[in-house]
Design a protein around this ligand. Structure first.
Ligand code: HEM
Length: 448
């Protein structure tokens, strides 16, 4: 019997040879090279790699919504990013899949409910106030390391409301940075993996990851024997119960989820804050409007400050910290004209959607007002994906918006930022990290 070979209608794109030939450039400047391909292939294209690996990269909001939301049960995080991620950071929400992911998501989600988050606001504001004392009162600084430190301190303290010494905090931060750096180099240039048997880089980092887990294990064990009532995320994780069994998570699961919250919750926020300060530094009017708006609100209500929210959205539109993601198709699927086989990896290119002139007027300009409707409320936009979409949308989005808003409120009450003419390079790693954001900083009562 003749078996008919199924044909698929993949979008136009790059052959295996072209993909390999361009891979060096695209690993150095992925945003530029993907944007050029998007232009050439009208917003969705395919690429192929040896081993019959097929990719579809897209900046079509329809296809992105289809994969992340409408037909999400046919898609999982692809092994490209999740296998090494799990090995280094554990099987927490960001890297888990299938039924296990769903059960964990249901378990962790209630900890991020608005009401529960409000209990963390005190911790966040205290951390911001302490941090502002360390900001230089005048001069030029690279704000990225400052924002990184702040975002890390906020997420660590929201998870574990305990006094870690400065050296414990910096040890934790540096192990995290090393693991993250290794993870990014591993997924950006997988060919490095061939050298691991000689360099043993993977084993060195697995040992570091084990050390990190043991630090968190120590904190959990100490907490279990501490009669004091805590108001932090660890308290919520320890007291959460599975709907079906009524049982709590075991120790390994709590370590996995805590590690993932630390991992996913600081780099993204630091990146978002740094780009935002950079954008605002060269927008005098925007900065003046922010200063006026923060005088009219209380820091704990800064998430209701419409102008501030519009500025945050506009900054995340132009420089989305999560600039791309990936999913793998579990079964053959199609969307419109495009049909693709099981195991195709779909990569939503959020950066491209956010700057596409088909969906945004004057897409490269910084115009916060585009997010404010005629009633003066925040306008939702169907082509705006700063936190992803569908059931795997960022679990920490409300937390992130709260900490960013409260920081901006406190910062712009006391400081202003000035441009220095230096344009940060976009490092499209796991996040769209800016390389050196040198800005002028002035304490307000000194400036006027
Ligand atoms: C501005 C800051 C942030 C941005 C831009 C951001 C962006 C994102 C995006 C786009 C996703 C979805 C990825 C995908 O679909 O593949 C995601 C997932 C996730 N984020 Fe965030 N995030 C931010 C802050 C945070 C914070 C503060 C936390 C925790 C404290 C957090 C925890 C997570 C977790 C655990 C996931 C995985 C969710 C799941 O798969 O169920 N994020 N984030």
């Amino acid at each position: 019997m003749r078996v008919e070979k199924k044909t698929y209608n993949l979008p136009e794109g790059l052959s295996q040879f072209q993909t390999i030939a361009r891979s060096f450039r695209s690993s150095r400047h992925p945003i530029i090279s993907i944007s050029e391909n998007m232009e050439r292939f009208s917003g969705t294209y395919s690429a192929a790699l040896p081993g019959n690996l097929k990719f579809i990269l897209t900046q079509d909001p329809g296809l992105i919504n289809y994969v992340l939301r409408e037909n999400h049960s046919n898609y999982q995080k692809s092994p490209l990013t999740s296998v090494r991620g799990r090995r280094l950071f554990g099987n927490g929400l960001l890297f888990s899949n299938g039924d296990y992911w769903l059960r964990q998501r249901r378990m962790v989600q209630p900890s991020f409910h608005h009401k529960k988050l409000q209990a963390l606001y005190e911790i966040i504001v205290k951390t911001i106030e302490e941090f502002l004392h360390s900001v230089p009162e005048a001069g030029q600084v690279d704000v990225y390391p400052l924002m990184h430190q702040l975002a890390f301190n906020i997420v660590v303290r929201s998870l574990f409301d305990i006094e870690l010494s400065v050296s414990q905090m910096s040890d934790l931060n540096s192990v995290f940075n090393e693991l993250q750096k290794f993870y990014m180099s591993d997924i950006n240039l997988p060919v490095r993996r061939l050298l691991y048997p000689i360099t043993r880089e993977d084993r060195v980092h697995y040992r570091k990851s084990a050390k990190l887990r043991s630090v968190i294990q120590g904190i959990i064990r100490e907490r279990r024997s501490d009669p004091k009532e805590y108001n932090d995320l660890l308290h919520l994780l320890l007291n959460a119960r599975y709907e079906d069994t009524g049982q709590p998570m075991n120790e390994d699961q709590i370590i996995d989820e805590a590690l993932i919250l630390l991992f996913a919750g600081h780099e993204t926020t630091a990146t978002t804050l740094s780009w935002l300060l950079y954008q605002v530094a060269s927008q005098k009017i925007v900065q003046e409007k922010i200063s006026v708006s923060v005088q009219q609100t209380n820091i704990f209500d800064s998430i209701k400050n419409v102008y501030l929210q519009a500025v945050i959205n506009e900054s995340m539109r132009l420089q989305p910290a999560a600039w791309i993601t990936d999913r793998i198709a579990l079964e053959d699927d199609s969307f419109g004209e495009v049909a693709f086989p099981k195991n195709t990896i779909i990569m939503p290119f959020f950066y491209g959607v956010h700057r596409n002139k088909d969906y945004w007027n004057n897409p490269n300009a910084f115009i916060p007002e585009r997010f404010i409707d005629e009633q003066g409320k925040i306008k939702k936009h169907p082509s705006f994906f700063p936190f992803g979409a569908g059931p795997r949308m960022c679990i920490g989005n409300n937390f992130a918006i709260a900490e960013i808003s409260m920081f901006l409120h406190a910062f712009f009450e006391q400081f202003r930022v000035l441009p220095t003419g230096q344009v940060p390079e976009m490092k499209a790693l796991l996040t769209l990290r800016p390389d050196k954001v040198i800005l002028g900083i002035e304490k307000l009562n000194q400036a006027y």
